[in-house]
Design a protein around this ligand. Structure first.
Ligand code: V47
Length: 378
């Protein structure tokens, strides 16, 4: 459905790959990568289990350069969490509250419109997600979309995860398709990739038993793509999932992308534990591996996004040599990760993003939500 973006992708011949100290399994995978051959589940597991981080990065970088050259994208966006009141109780989530509980919030449409109007000259994209709040009327969402477009039609609205869409259909007695068609008419341009978590029924039962599972998430996204609503895809890692479960997650995304071609970017999300001294957190190596294995396995995804809020700007910058070609954006006011204790800043300026990308030896490109280039910083 969607073409890969305009890029200055160069021919990466991979000759320097032969200098790497690649033995056995990785040598075989290198051969496949150079041939542009699809990697198998076993290859994905071997890649994750390899300690040869530089080789892994080099292979992923080869694919990155084949697809996107040195181009590295960012967007001027605003993350707006309209409510954190949620009927679910996902164990990994520090963001949600029950109605009336300390820290619970719900933004009125007027508050949201004021935020958008105040910032409209600094952003091209609104990223909006929220908890599953059972007390809001359907019109809240329709008016939310319409109101933002009334303020400025040029603002792209990337909003509502597959989990929210399924909830709206259930709550308001509509089909998934109806909700998506009505939202699209009201102004929805694209959907974020959240809520996928990890496509493992074992993990779902333990960590997010009330949330929709893999089949339903995939089905909502398939419907969105069929209606011309593109989306991203995420994977939450670094909690209790196994390497095999990560690779299976990637393969299910790849299969859906073969079918719909509606995904823009894959975004690995490092789990942020609530408790500060927890040992259950994704290390820098795990972050880089997740970017690299994502790039290598998802051969049909145009972009791999290193979400700097989740992995920190410095590791995100390094990941631009490990397969990533997108740093997300200026972000502003992010709450999901910050309520879990993320120590990253709440926003980066355009010039800070440009500096991070240039210092990595890459070409910064400001993009819109659909990956059209707005400005190149050569
Ligand atoms: O679905 C929630 C994750 C997601 C925690 O599409 C947590 O461009 C780590 O989807 N630790 C929401 N992760 C964020 C998201 C996203 C982010 C950036 C870009 C895009 C995009 C999408 O965050 C949730 C969940 O998987 N999450 N709590 C936590 N404590």
């Amino acid at each position: 459905m969607f073409e890969t973006s305009n890029s200055s992708a160069g021919a990466a011949d991979g000759s320097s790959l032969s200098d790497l100290n690649l033995h056995g399994d990785l040598a075989e995978i290198r051969f496949k990568v150079l041939q542009g051959e699809r990697l198998t589940r076993e290859d994905g597991i071997r890649l994750y289990e390899s300690d040869n981080l530089l080789a892994l990065g080099h292979l992923a970088n080869h694919v990155r350069e084949r697809l996107n050259g040195s181009d590295t994208y960012f967007v001027r966006n605003y993350y707006l969490n309209y409510t954190n009141i949620c009927e679910l109780d996902c164990k990994f989530c520090s963001f949600y509250r029950k109605e009336g509980q300390d820290g619970a919030f719900l933004m009125s449409l007027e508050q949201i419109f004021k935020t958008v109007a105040d910032d409209k000259d600094n952003i091209t994209e609104m990223h909006m997600v929220g908890g599953l709040n059972p007390s809001l009327p359907y019109d809240y969402y329709i008016e939310l979309l319409r109101g933002i477009k009334r303020i400025d039609r040029r603002i792209h609205i990337k909003a509502f995860t597959a989990v929210e869409i399924e909830f709206f259909a259930r709550l308001y007695g509509k089909t998934i398709e109806q909700v998506l068609i009505e939202f699209k008419e009201a102004g929805l341009d694209a959907m974020p990739g959240g809520g996928a978590e990890i496509f493992s029924e074992r993990v779902r039962q333990k960590m997010f038993a009330d949330k929709i599972g893999a089949e339903d998430w995939i089905s909502v996204i398939r419907t969105a793509h069929s209606l011309g609503i593109p989306s991203n895809a995420t994977m939450l890692y670094g909690h209790m999932e196994t390497v095999t479960e990560r690779v299976d997650h990637l393969i299910r995304l790849r299969k859906l992308q073969d079918e719909t071609k509606g995904f823009f970017a894959f975004i690995p999300l490092a789990y942020h534990p609530r408790v500060e001294d927890s040992t259950q957190w994704a290390t820098g190596i795990d972050n880089l591996k997740s970017v690299a294995v994502g790039r290598l396995m998802l051969d049909n995804f145009p972009h791999i996004k290193a979400y700097w809020i989740s992995m920190g700007p410095k590791v995100a910058q390094i990941s631009l040599s490990f397969g990533a070609d997108d740093l997300d954006g200026t972000v502003r006011d992010e709450r999901v990760f910050h309520m879990a204790g993320a120590s990253t800043d709440n926003a980066l300026s355009r010039s800070q993003l440009v500096k991070l990308i240039k210092d990595a030896g890459r070409i910064p490109l400001e993009r819109d939500a659909l990956y059209n280039t707005i400005e190149t910083f050569a």
